[in-house]
Ligand binder design. Structure first.
Ligand code: BYC
Length: 478
């Protein structure tokens, strides 16, 4: 392993030896004020003095991050790549066995840039989507977690911008500028992928987003970590470390909503708990349906020649590529993918290469089932018979094989009229959204929490971040 120590004396903390590359350093230093001005105009709107944040300072071991109260604008957004393995070899595709690439091969320049730009675009998009949530935080603990997610998504933008500046010349620098100009939900220049133009207007949406959409991030980063382009691989490896916290926020966030709802259902002996100021299970299910189906779209089409080309070229691998027991080339293999077969929801056999988006989507779905199992255990432990579920892969899809049809959560195909009449049973209606929003009142008092969500396990004396209690002063407001 080649180990590079991060340099914290620098304007831009990094472990990529920025000081030795004056041109690159200057280019990134001239992008930095644009990033900061984007953060001030498009980042969190709630004014704060400081926030108890984790900052990456290393890439290895227990000491990879420090925790402390920092004004968010002074957060040390840095560039960190996992350690380089000088013996690393390409693990799949037509270049399998060759030395991993330290530079971008000319013939793959456009595709690699596209993958990096799409990944980079999601990071600031999520900060934009979440910018107003501070105004309705259910506790200081949650508020701190929101800001942690936000600053780290900002750092992930830095990670992609570094690659664009360092390896893609003028075009890369232009793309880096564009990443700050597109905006979530903008009519003129929206973010690239659908889910990143949706609103995150309330905290149930935030927990669902960090559970389902950040989890897509985990899987996409996992495939880019396999890339033959070594700097991309090392960047994604380190991003995955930070990403784990974001998913913890989602998993335990939904846990705590379900737990609180279950408590009130048992206490009041009714399913109709809206009047008691908690979120009814059917509404939680609708939010789940929405966020899961929108996140399925992020995997692209069920069959895709793009993904076949990415794989063959060595740009994007499979989830846990090296653990797969096959030839890692897949040129002679086939697989079954979800498809419309003679107008019906079914499966068809395709070449394994063109089915790789489906392969990844299935890994993702299996992982998502884990969350549903957890939430159902909370319901079972409360003695309740109700259960949550993941809707069918054909439900509410806008990308891929089922984009042209409507289907119910159990996979029954519906006519346009049937969908029109019934989708309000499965997706949040305006009434549901208004109700959820009506519960979103800020609770900024130390150790206190809103009534619609349970505190984390161990609260108030434990259950917090970095061994701190739940009632710690995580955020100092202005
Ligand atoms: N919206 O060949 P196809 C994260 C386009 S999340 C709009 O099936 P492909 C995060 C597609 O571009 C992870 N358009 O797709 C989470 C193509 O256009 P062209 C983000 C879409 O290329 C939370 C056409 O449709 N990372 O990190 O195989 C917070 C046909 O598509 C969409 C990545 O996505 C869509 N949803 O796969 C913060 C990794 N889907 O070529 C962060 C990088 C497809 O006809 N990206 N299209 O013009 C990729 O790996 C792939 O580009 C995709 C699409 C998986 C996105």
């Amino acid at each position: 392993m080649t180990v590079t120590r991060p340099d914290y004396a620098e304007k831009i903390p990094n472990n990529v030896g920025l000081a030795e590359d004056r041109r690159l350093q200057r280019a990134l230093e001239s992008w930095q004020p644009n990033f900061l001005s984007w953060w001030e105009t498009m980042g969190p709107t709630l004014p704060t003095q400081d926030v108890y944040l984790r900052t990456a300072i290393d890439v290895r071991g227990a000491g990879w991050a420090t925790f402390g109260h920092v004004p968010m604008i002074d957060y040390r957004w840095g560039i960190f790549l996992a350690d380089r393995n000088p013996d690393r070899r390409v693990a799949f595709g037509q270049h399998k066995g060759e030395a991993a690439w330290q530079e971008v091969p000319g013939e793959y320049r456009a595709e690699l840039r596209r993958l990096i730009v799409i990944q980079g675009d999601t990071e600031p998009a999520s900060v934009e989507q979440q910018r107003n949530l501070g105004a309705t935080a259910p506790s200081l603990y949650d508020l701190r977690n929101l800001f942690q997610v936000n600053v780290e998504e900002g750092r992930h933008l830095w990670a992609m911008v570094y690659l664009l500046h360092a390896y893609f010349g003028r075009e890369g620098r232009e793309e880096a500028e564009e990443l700050l100009h597109r905006n979530s939900g903008s009519q003129d220049s929206p973010r690239i992928l659908g889910a990143f133009n949706e609103e995150t207007p309330d905290w149930l949406s935030f927990y669902m987003f960090t559970y389902f959409t950040d989890r897509d991030g985990k899987y996409q980063l996992g495939t880019l970590k396999e890339s033959a382009f070594d700097p991309l691989s090392r960047t994604c490896e380190f991003m995955l470390k930070e990403e784990a916290h974001h998913m913890m926020v989602g998993t335990t966030g939904v846990d705590r909503v379900v737990e609180r709802t279950a408590q009130v259902m048992v206490e009041k002996d009714t399913d109709d708990v809206a009047g008691y100021g908690v979120i009814p299970l059917p509404v939680i299910q609708k939010y789940l349906n929405f966020h899961y189906s929108v996140s399925l779209d992020l995997f692209g089409g069920e069959t895709s020649t793009n993904v076949a080309n990415y794989y063959t070229a060595g740009l994007k691998g499979r989830w846990l590529e090296e653990r797969r027991r096959d030839d890692h080339k897949l040129t002679d293999d086939a697989m079954m993918v979800d498809a419309l077969v003679e107008g019906e929801v079914g499966q068809v056999e395709v070449s394994a290469l063109t089915g790789l988006n489906t392969d990844l989507r299935r890994e993702y779905t299996a992982d998502c089932s884990g969350g549903v199992k957890r939430w159902n255990r909370i319901l079972a432990d409360a003695g309740l018979p109700q259960r949550l579920y993941l809707p069918h892969v054909a439900f509410n899809r806008k990308v891929g094989a089922f984009a042209g049809i409507e289907a119910s959560p159990d996979g029954q195909q519906l006519t346009a009229g049937e969908w029109e009449r019934s989708n309000g049973q499965w997706l949040p209606t305006d009434t549901d959204k208004t109700f959820v929003r009506s519960l979103m009142r800020p609770v900024y008092e130390r150790g206190k929490i809103a009534a619609w969500v349970a505190p984390p396990r161990g609260a108030p004396r434990a259950g917090g971040i970095n061994g701190q209690p739940f009632d710690y002063d995580y955020v100092h407001l202005v």
